[in-house]
Design a protein. Structure first.
Length: 403
């Protein structure tokens, strides 16, 4: 906030140009204290009331230009002009209306300023589209401002958020919101596993889903396999020294059976599963929710039962059913990773598709849901929906207790 205008101007020598500029400024009388009119503050205040930026900018300029010839005005004069330019209901209970940054959310351990952006981000975990998430957050901000609140309890904010989601998007979405609020602050981690053949978009999905869930730890089985390569020679463990579709070429002649492609792939998945288990164990020890993606996450290769009492593990298989889409994905991958040329993957596409068939059969056999990544944004929402609704079925408490 600007400092009050000095009371003794005679103590300062002012040049003629500076005095002329001084005369052109608009000043606001606030209880006997003269302050400069701040266009930026007015824009911020109008946006907090739901006025779009372009409109807020236009109105602020108009107010300044219309009132500047007066030199000094009070807040009533400003409100009079604003009432002419905008819907007067925006300014009801003006003296009690705080801007969003002045609302404090009170928690058990700490307090923090209310943020519409942070709230909108947190809603994404409930499989809410980003545009809907922002609209919900804006509705909640308006409700808080309308009430004239300067602080709100975190539980009360959660209740308002739940009710707003339920009203706009339905009870199922509102329930997903509560489910993730519970597990986000839980005493054991959530481990999301995204398996699938090369090129189906697992890593892109993992990164986006982790972002929307607020999970900071994302691992790839490719990285795990690379670390194992450095420790284990090709002579000792040949399966990990090739890609999923050519692992069989690293075995000695006659070492594999009638279907070397699939046997080599399964041998690789079984070996890398050792490193995956170590990563899960560490996540559990540190109570750190984690997303792991990779072709080595093959249904049946990783025993999940040992973790069911210590973590909430959700396993999904990602698939791409449109053969023509693979070329676009591999080309996109090549643009970001020069060591993974698209032509190499396309030359082995038939082998990759055979491995995908194995994934789909194994997923069906083990009862693991399949997410078809035909449209990325839709696939992200499907993963989030699978995750939160699966966790919701495991809940042994009343979600309403969070409200």
């Amino acid at each position: 906030m600007s400092e009050p205008e000095p009371i003794a101007p005679e103590a300062v020598s002012v040049s003629a140009p500076a005095a002329a500029a001084e005369d052109r400024r608009l000043w606001v009388d606030e209880g006997g204290v003269r302050r400069p009119f701040m266009r930026g503050i007015m824009i911020h205040s109008l946006m907090a009331r739901g006025v779009p930026f372009d409109e807020a900018n236009r109105v602020a300029n108009t107010v300044r230009n219309r009132l500047r010839p007066r030199g000094l005005v009070d807040k009533a004069a400003i409100l009079e002009v604003l009432h002419e330019l905008l819907d007067p209901t925006l300014f009801e209970a003006e003296s009690r209306l705080p801007v969003a940054a002045e609302i404090t959310v009170q928690g058990k351990r700490r307090s923090q300023p209310f943020s519409k952006g942070v709230l909108a981000q947190s809603l994404l975990a409930a499989a809410i589209d980003p545009s809907d998430s922002f609209e919900v957050a804006r509705d909640i901000e308006r409700e808080l401002l309308k009430r004239g609140l300067t602080e709100i309890d975190r539980r009360e904010l959660r209740r308002i958020t739940h009710d707003t989601i339920e009203r706009r998007l339905g009870p199922r979405t509102a329930r997903r919101y509560l489910v993730w609020r519970h597990y986000e602050a839980g005493r054991r981690p959530v481990i999301l596993l995204l398996g699938g053949a090369a090129g189906v978009g697992k890593t892109s999905l993992a990164l986006e889903v982790a972002h929307r869930l607020g999970i900071g730890r994302v691992l790839s089985t490719d990285s795990i396999r690379q670390i194992m390569r450095l420790m284990l020679s090709a002579d000792l463990v040949p399966a990990i020294h090739g890609s999923s579709y050519d692992a069989y070429t690293h075995f000695p002649p006659g070492a594999l059976g009638d279907d070397p492609l699939l046997e080599g792939f399964r041998a690789q998945a079984a070996t890398v599963a050792v490193g995956v288990r170590a990563s899960i164990e560490r996540a559990i020890d540190e109570n750190a929710s984690t997303v792991i993606d990779g072709v080595a996450l093959f249904p049946g290769a990783l025993e999940l039962a040992p973790y069911q009492e210590r973590a909430d593990v959700i396993f999904l298989v990602v698939a791409a059913l449109d053969r023509d889409s693979w070329a676009a994905r591999f080309s996109s991958r090549e643009a970001g990773e020069s060591q993974r040329p698209a032509h190499e993957y396309l030359a082995n596409l038939d082998r990759i598709l055979r491995i995908q068939d194995q994934f789909l059969e194994a997923a069906d056999r083990h009862g693991i849901p399949i997410v078809v990544n035909d449209r990325f944004d839709r696939a992200v929402l499907l993963v989030l929906r699978h995750l939160t609704e699966s966790l919701g079925k495991r809940s042994d408490f009343d979600l309403r207790s969070l409200l």
